[in-house]
Design a protein around this ligand. Structure first.
Ligand code: F0G
Length: 434
């Protein structure tokens, strides 16, 4: 199965070898994606094969990424794949969240069930496999937290040296703690995500380090399987909508590519619509989606949001993401800090829970419903991108009424649940609990 890298820019489309170490097109600077010019499958046989592999204990089959290896065939052989049993994340019904948003029904695809607690693991197993294939020794990323936690784990598991660059003071402790525990060399830079990404891209070439940010096309390949697995779990019935938070827009690019490819391979008949939700203070993609045809993204210089995972003002993958949103007849919405916080508490009350960026999905759906853009009876899958325990500080502050926006305004604990201090006295506790 020949695989190639191809420039995403329609007027360039230059092709490169799958083993060239490239992040952007050397000819025009465009983003790159993998392409499999001659792939051809019998869709029914492929679905049957993937379903059969669910009963296999072989490491590749037990992975919710590599089980679908026919749709990510960029490796010549899979001997050096490092799997931590990523993917295999559940679809969860959440009636209470559905009624909060004004839907008859909602399903969460919960990526927080991954080995390091976020969707990044789906992509990282592929990025690490490509790093090994290229003979790289050191890998690096800049991250708002989850990418670095995931990269640290997969690099260490693969015997690679992980180096991570994070914005000083602006990532949650849960994520920083993971990177330290997984053995990453951790550099806290006095700059924001966008500034550090520019720095790291310059350094990667100079120091011969392999970059595992989401501009890396192999990470995007792995993240496609989130949608393939979701379709498999739904017996290949496409939903009306797939809703996800947008930060650097790698995931939007991956989901769109997965949908296009599944359609072309005959795996899926109807095209779901993508709804990308951004935080109000970091919403350049929301603005772009409203700008005139042919506009370029205007970066937000000082992005702000308590959902630090998506605190990104200059998302690199915007050309891909815009194409994918348009080809799926999708929408982009933005939500406030209060809306994110309340939606997150509602997801918690379903017994599900997630990190703040993930809750932007439910907040966005509620807004899209209120605006009449989404119907109550539509079939909606929202992707929860990260685990609740990634950011416990945010949760404690919300429930105790101490959470404030980056500008210092109070966030109301609308669904707050304050712990009560009680004396060691059975009568008084009994009186309290009635
Ligand atoms: N949700 C979570 C929990 C994330 O960690 C991220 C991105 C996103 C959503 C947005 O995804 O960038 O593909 O649009 N986190 C990156 C990181 C930037 O460094 O961990 P995106």
């Amino acid at each position: 199965m020949p695989a190639e890298l191809v420039c995403f820019e329609p007027r360039c489309r230059a092709r490169y070898s799958i083993v060239d170490v490239l992040y952007n097109c050397p000819r025009c600077g465009g983003l790159l994606e993998t392409d499999y010019p001659d792939w051809q499958y019998d869709a029914t046989a492929l679905k049957r094969l993937w379903r059969e592999r669910r009963t296999s204990n072989a490491a590749l089959d037990a992975s919710g990424v590599w089980r679908y290896r026919e749709i990510i065939p960029f490796l010549a052989d899979s001997d050096r794949v490092v799997s931590l049993r990523e993917g295999n994340t559940p679809l969860l019904d959440a009636p209470r969240a559905a009624s909060y948003a004004g839907l008859d029904r909602i399903t969460f695809k919960h990526q927080g069930f991954n080995p390091t607690g976020s969707f990044k693991d789906n992509g990282m197993t592929c990025g690490a496999a490509q790093a090994l294939r290229l003979g790289m020794k050191r890998v690096a990323c800049v991250s708002t937290g989850n990418t670095s936690a995931s990269m640290a784990a997969y690099a260490s598991a693969a015997g690679l040296e992980p180096i991570i660059f994070i914005p000083h003071g602006n990532i949650s402790y849960g994520k920083l703690a993971q990177a330290l525990e997984y053995g990453a060399r951790t550099l806290q830079v006095e700059a924001n995500f966008d500034q550090i990404l520019a720095l790291v891209r310059a350094l990667a070439e100079r120091l011969g380090i392999y970059l595992l940010n989401s501009i890396n096309p192999f990470r995007i390949e792995g993240q496609k399987t989130i949608i393939v697995e979701m379709m498999d779990q739904r017996d290949w019935r496409a939903p009306d909508w797939i809703v996800l938070p947008g930060g650097n827009l790698g995931n939007t690019s991956a989901f769109g590519k997965a949908l296009r490819e599944m359609r072309a391979l005959g795996l899926m008949e109807k095209m779901p619509r993508l709804a990308v939700i951004q935080a109000e203070g970091s919403a350049p993609f929301y603005e772009l989606a409203r700008a005139a045809e042919g506009s370029s993204l205007e970066a937000v210089g000082k992005p702000e949001t308590l959902a630090t995972a998506i605190r990104i003002g200059d998302p690199v993958s915007w050309p891909k993401a815009l194409h994918e949103v348009r080809s799926s007849n999708g929408v982009v919405e933005k939500v406030s800090e209060q809306e994110i916080a309340d939606a997150k508490a509602q997801i918690g009350l379903c017994g599900i829970g997630c990190e703040p960026a993930s809750a932007a999905t439910l907040a966005g759906i509620r807004k899209l419903r209120a605006a009449g853009l989404m119907r109550a009876d539509e079939d909606v899958v929202a992707v929860l991108t990260g685990n609740l325990l990634k950011d416990p500080d945010y949760i404690y502050r919300y429930h105790t009424g101490q959470l404030t926006t980056p500008a210092g305004a109070k966030i109301e604990p609308t669904f707050g649940n304050r712990p009560t201090v009680v004396p060691n006295d059975p009568d008084r506790i009994a009186a309290l609990l009635g």
